[in-house]
Design a protein around this ligand. Structure first.
Ligand code: NAD
Length: 368
């Protein structure tokens, strides 16, 4: 291991394994000895296959209620997770969750355009909210969601799970601590080949847009969390085959560039036409790259530091990214802190997504 890697590795220790404020946050949350209760709203793929099984590894969070428009799913997953009928809600009976003291947090995992209404209803019922990305389909909706949670005195966090993933935490640390000198470029590509033309992701009224809303948001969010800066200008170019039945309503390929105040530039891809998931952040003294970068699992990392190039392992993480994300909101509630990815973080992405679309539509640089 070269000197810089060794120093960075040693300095990393446990403190670097979680977001900066995490150790004391965790310790203080542990003092309470409480696990907060989550209601999962929307029992689709991500909720049932990815998130729900991860409560088993949580220290401060437990699954206590389900909300769905499909009675069969309530029965099936209610039985599987031991959720009593009194804690199973339809979208019509959902507001009664206000009377259920076991539920502290509602996790909204529906198609994007429904995030706002369910966040507002959850806040009105006096519950904290975890909401999936993209936070909404417009920045106006995102602002309304933040206002609703503020008015109710409840926390709002967006499901940006990569901020809790070991390799991403290491890349952020290297970039922000100047291991490569000042960050000059980020290149990041996110896409997958979308299938079923009837799915909600391809219907504008439910998705709010195409690949950028769903998968390109990972390129956008990564460019921001790697540089730690907010873009000041956006360029974009879109390419969509409108004769393809999948792309009647939403875009396919969108390529965009972000200019940051330091002069760093991010070159980002988003597409529904090919499978890729990676980024590289670089400066005059080296770079780090992840591939896959933001997938559910399997991240690999390479770095060039001190003129040596090779694989790099992140500091050990006590929890997988999903359990860490779930516990982070619980810990913030138990300790009175703000999440590292609050509603305002989702709003920043929404405003930039709108700027990217505008830049592509108008064929010009949009200042933000
Ligand atoms: P999905 O289609 O598998 O599930 C959506 C759920 O919403 C279904 O249970 C469906 O019945 C329900 N629903 C409620 N009202 C609906 C309506 N009017 N039309 C269609 N479905 C309706 O989708 P998913 O992949 O689970 O995505 C759900 C949300 O989670 C999206 O916002 C998506 O962006 C997000 N997501 C995040 C990640 C991540 O890694 N953070 C991964 C996948 C999905």
């Amino acid at each position: 291991m070269d000197e810089i890697s060794k120093r960075t590795f040693l300095a990393a220790g446990l403190a670097a394994t979680l977001p900066l404020s995490a150790p004391s946050l965790e310790a203080r949350a542990a003092e309470s000895g409480r696990k907060l209760g989550y209601a999962i709203l929307g029992l689709g793929y991500y909720a049932t296959q990815i998130i729900m099984p991860r409560f088993a590894e949580c220290e401060h969070s437990k699954l206590v209620a389900l909300v769905s428009g499909t009675p069969e799913k309530l029965t099936k997953f209610g039985e599987q997770y031991g959720i009593p009928e009194s804690h199973r809600y339809s979208y019509e009976t959902f507001d009664r969750i206000a009377d259920n003291p076991d539920v502290d947090i509602v996790y909204v995992i529906t198609p994007n355009s429904l995030h706002r209404v369910f966040t507002e209803r959850a806040a009105k019922a006096g519950k904290h909210v975890m909401c999936e990305k993209p936070m909404a389909t417009t920045s106006a909706d995102a602002e309304a969601m933040i206002a609703a949670c503020k008015k109710a005195g409840r926390k709002l966090m967006i499901g940006y799970r990569s901020r809790f993933q070991a390799h991403n935490i290491e890349a952020i640390k290297l970039a922000r601590e100047g291991a490569f000198g000042p960050v000059r470029t980020v290149t990041t590509d996110h896409g997958f080949t979308i299938g079923d033309p009837t799915q909600w992701r391809l219907k504008r009224a439910l998705s709010g847009g195409g690949s950028l809303m769903d998968i390109g948001i990972y390129s956008l969010n990564a460019a921001r969390y790697l540089t730690g800066e907010e873009p000041v200008a956006v360029n974009a170019m879109e390419s969509t085959d409108r004769s393809d039945i999948r792309f009647k309503e939403v875009e396919d390929i969108i390529s965009f560039q972000l200019l940051f105040p330091s002069g760093a530039v991010a070159n980002c891809f988003s597409t529904y036409s090919t499978n890729f998931n990676r980024y590289r952040v670089s400066g005059p003294k080296g770079w780090v790259e992840l591939e896959p970068a933001t997938s559910y699992q399997g991240q690999t990392m390479r770095a060039q530091l001190n003129r040596q190039t090779g694989p790099r392992e992140p500091a050990a993480q006590p929890k997988n990214q999903f359990s860490a994300q779930l516990d982070h909101l619980s810990e913030c509630i138990l300790t009175g802190r703000e999440p590292i990815v609050p509603g305002e973080e989702g709003l920043k992405d929404m405003r930039l997504i709108e700027a990217v679309y505008r830049a592509a539509r108008e064929g010009r640089t949009v200042k933000v």
